[in-house]
Design a binder for this molecule. Structure first.
Ligand code: DX5
Ligand code: ZN
Length: 228
């Protein structure tokens, strides 16, 4: 495995989700942003839409839950057909138990950190996870400017993954585009969410290919080994 590019359907046309999923064939995962209007000030979609999209899309679903009480709701997204489920560290009451439950149901377990949440308190939890998401904007909306101040956290997370010899994927989400993806890749990310940079173009599939090439070349030059 190498670099992974996950287009975010938050920037797609919600009235044509199946077609929008097909428009990015060749992408590794379809990133689905679930927002509950409590954890973030925005409301998107829930389990029934994920269930329908999982049937309609050949690309597996990477569900990013920006919701309160993920301990209660996250397992249902695996049952609905999501291949990967990300809950927020700030919202989870028992992240270890939740990650184990997601894995027991056959999903990949992932945890996200908002910009102000440090990685260090979670070092011992990393073996429980399949992916760690470092948010590079405050969650809630697509099209925001990339936060360069998150690059040191990406770098420190990559160091922890190497230190413990983990197979953990390191995802970045928010403001990832042709002009920022190389900074993320150089710092240690290997899974890239892109919403407006993919669906905001005339040719989303070409945007995915181009982002993949940029990240792949940067990682090869940076010299840290992709963990997957
Ligand atoms: C923001 C979401 C992102 C969003 C990214 O809270 O988690 O997945 O869709 O959109 P862009 O790539 O436009 O910043
Ligand atoms: Zn997201």
């Amino acid at each position: 495995m190498a670099v992974q590019i996950n287009p975010s359907i938050l920037s797609a046309d919600f009235s044509r989700l199946a077609e929008e999923a097909k428009a990015v064939e060749g992408a590794d995962w379809l990133h689905v942003d679930v927002m509950d209007n409590h954890f973030v000030p925005n409301l998107t979609l829930g389990v029934p839409v994920v269930e329908s999209l999982a049937k309609a899309s050949e690309t597996p679903l990477d569900c990013h839950l920006m919701i309160e009480e993920p301990d209660r709701w996250a397992p249902a997204y695996v049952e609905a057909g999501a291949g990967s489920v990300t809950f927020h560290a700030e919202a989870a009451a028992a992240p270890v138990r939740l990650a184990r439950e997601i894995r027991a149901k056959g999903g990949r377990a992932s945890m996200a950190l908002k910009p102000a949440t440090p990685i260090e308190p979670y070092e011992d939890l990393l073996p429980e996870l399949d992916m760690l998401l470092v948010m590079t904007v405050e969650p809630g909306f697509g099209g925001q400017a990339f936060l360069d101040i998150m690059l040191p956290k990406i770098r420190r997370t990559r160091e922890l993954i190497s230190k413990h010899g983990l197979e953990l994927w390191l995802q970045v989400d928010g403001g990832v585009s042709a002009s920022t993806i190389e900074r993320c890749a150089e710092a240690g990310a290997d899974v890239f969410v892109a919403g407006s940079a993919v669906y905001g173009t005339d040719d989303p599939a070409a945007a995915v290919r181009s982002l993949r090439n940029q990240a792949t070349e940067t990682i090869a030059a940076a010299g840290w080994a992709c963990g997957h």
